[in-house]
Design a protein around this ligand. Sequence first.
Ligand SMILES: [Fe+2]
Length: 217
Amino acid sequence: MQVTTEVFVLYPETNNFSSNTYLITGREPLLIDPGLHSKEHLGAFLKSHGYKLSDIKKIVLTHAHADHFASGKYFPKARFFISEQDGLYLKTKDDFYTMSEFFVNHYYPDNLSFLKNEEYIDLGSSKYKVLITPGHTSGSISLYDKKNGIFISGDLLFEDSCGRFDLISSSKAELISSLKKVRELDFKILLAGHGLVFNSSEESQRKTIEQVLKLLI
Ligand SMILES: [Fe+2]
């Protein structure tokens, strides 16, 4: 499904616990969270936008949970970009931290690059700022395209709620401070790790965060 002229979302198929996957086209295609989709589902999505699985060279992982990264195995030429903190758990193949047992995953990407807070991912026509926004996991990241008013939240923020903070390496205090940080951003389009794309006004995005914070504090 098309979100903007350059951003596309792949929702999971029915009865699949996968995260959403986002494709951002530009100088080179960028994939955010390959999810836990079947190879066919991912392949058909990319094909409809003129790409093959092997055309994807760069994948950003919002965090190291298997429902977000397990289908990375279908991208033979991809390098994976993640925070150093969460990347460590991919390196050590930590089944517990990555929820791989729960999602029955045995794959861990090994060609990793680490993203730093406030670094930019420049795609030519759009530019995404990396924000380390811990809480759901200790190394969760978000991406912010100020010019186009787009915020990619991973499992920090959903359309009307926030991510779980009862998992290993979760922290409610960190989640609250990350949400406060995000509240200061100007974005109209929320691309969350699960659920529907939320396309609204900056004001109503801020209101949602306020409501979520009220329930947390
Ligand atoms: Fe998660």
